[in-house]
Design a protein around this ligand. Structure first.
Ligand SMILES: Nc1ncnc2c1ncn2[C@@H]1O[C@H](COP(=O)(O)OP(=O)(O)O)[C@@H](O)[C@H]1O
Ligand SMILES: O=C(OP(=O)(O)O)[C@H](O)COP(=O)(O)O
Length: 394
């Protein structure tokens, strides 16, 4: 990586503003998955052990510049304290007198968590005044919030223009793993793209076609490709205005010698429900009033074989509506194949695929699960991440 990291700077005795992504799922005030908090621990522990005065900042949800009581970070501070085995102080504001006083009290090795930065209207606008105010709290800026690195906000981008700015260990690891996968991949290199958001994934498919040996398509976005091949897709998810683009991708794959894998059979349902009537049909026989909600058994076998023969697999997006048990088989088969293929380096691109792997209890069998869904997608599209660009070069 060509960006400085916390290893390249002196942190002892310094007030360090460390942006983390503690945007964790919550239900009724309780954290339901603390993966993102755990992922930031190496950086936080390093700062503590090396005598920094640690000021942590994160967003939670999308409060849109207002205080939303349910999106306060108190539960996060408590959980972080438990994980660190030491108290974590927390402010009820992002900037202002209360925060200044709390920062002034910090001793070397102390940890303070600021309130949800998105309570400030200037955060998402990347307001220079807010960026300056945040910078005024500290001597050094550390960005460890890979999951928010695709956002140019005051605490992820603006602040970096006012302080020495370096990457934390999580940021460094994410960029290294994803960067290596894309620039110098072990081959055969396979990308598996699924999920529902065709629009969001068009860019990544286009970029991956320049890099991979195999491209596997699944999930809801497959049916725009199925339609592009001239088959009827019934009531399956379809983005009419992307059919031509899907055709052009299949042509590009041919030109580049990329093997393009699509479902050969699917599980169709007579309605969108776990207890719907279902049947398995070949891909060119989807009944007009049924919808395809998962890949079929032959496709599972085919995708498993491709995974087994790959040295590197990047996976983004489920193969079916895995939230419903009836349509989870395809996603489970891919997760299992990755877990069993010990010679295959598996990179999970955040979002729903990460949630699925977690749900199936296979998370510890994967080589790298990204903490960023949107961020890893934008990175794989070849876009520059503003939160990274703003850091100091080596
Ligand atoms: N065949 C399908 N039809 C409708 N929705 C689907 C289908 N396959 C997967 N999905 C849905 O796609 C959603 C995930 O899509 P997306 O947000 O694009 O993935 P990710 O978060 O991994 O990037 C899941 O909620 C899943 O239920
Ligand atoms: O959860 C996040 O994104 P992700 O769901 O794409 O991984 C990040 O914390 C960024 O949040 P945002 O999409 O509200 O800017």
């Amino acid at each position: 990586m060509n960006k400085k990291t916390i290893r390249d700077v002196e942190v002892r005795g310094k007030r360090v503003f460390c942006r983390v992504d503690f945007n964790v799922p919550m239900e009724e005030g309780a954290i339901t998955d603390d993966t993102r908090i755990r992922a930031a621990l190496p950086t936080i522990r390093y700062l503590i052990e090396n005598g920094a005065k640690v000021i942590l900042a994160s967003h939670l949800g999308r409060p849109k510049g207002k205080v939303v009581e349910e999106l306060r970070l108190d539960a996060v501070a408590k959980r972080l304290g438990e994980l660190l085995g030491r108290p974590v102080a927390k402010t009820d504001h992002v900037v202002g007198d209360e925060v200044n006083a709390a920062v002034a009290r910090l001793q070397e090795g102390d940890v303070l968590l600021l309130e949800n930065v998105r309570f400030e209207p200037g955060e998402e606008k990347n307001d220079p005044e807010l960026a300056k105010a945040l910078a005024g709290l500290a001597d050094l800026y550390v960005n460890d919030a890979f999951g928010a690195a695709h956002r140019a906000h005051a605490s992820t981008e603006g602040i970096a223009h006012h302080l020495p700015a370096v990457a934390g260990f999580l940021m460094e690891k994410e960029l290294e793993v994803l960067g290596k996968a894309l620039s110098n991949p072990d081959r055969p290199f396979t990308a598996i793209i699924g999920g529902a958001k065709v629009k969001d994934k068009i860019g990544v498919i286009d970029n991956l076609l320049d890099k991979v040996d195999n491209l596997i398509i699944g999930g809801g976005l497959a049916y725009t490709f199925v339609k592009a091949l001239g088959h009827d897709v019934g009531k399956s998810l379809l983005e009419e205005d992307k059919i031509e683009l899907a055709k052009s991708f299949m042509e590009k794959a041919k030109e580049k010698g990329v093997r393009f894998y699509m479902p050969v059979d699917v599980v169709v349902a007579d309605r969108f429900a776990n207890d719907a009537n279902t049947k398995v049909v070949p891909i060119d026989a989807i009944p007009s009033d049924w919808e395809a909600l998962d890949i079929g058994p032959k496709t599972r076998e085919l995708y498993r074989d491709v995974i087994r023969q790959s040295k590197l697999v990047v996976w983004n997006g489920p193969m079916g509506v895995f939230e419903m048990e009836t349509f989870a088989q395809g996603t489970k088969a891919v997760a299992q194949a990755l877990a069993e293929a010990t010679d295959t380096y598996s990179v999970i691109g955040g979002g729903d695929s990460a949630a699925a792997v977690e749900k199936f209890g296979l998370a510890d069998k994967m080589d790298h699960i990204s903490t960023g869904g949107g961020a890893s997608l934008e990175f794989m599209e070849g876009k520059q991440l503003p939160g990274v660009v703003a850091l100091n070069d080596k």
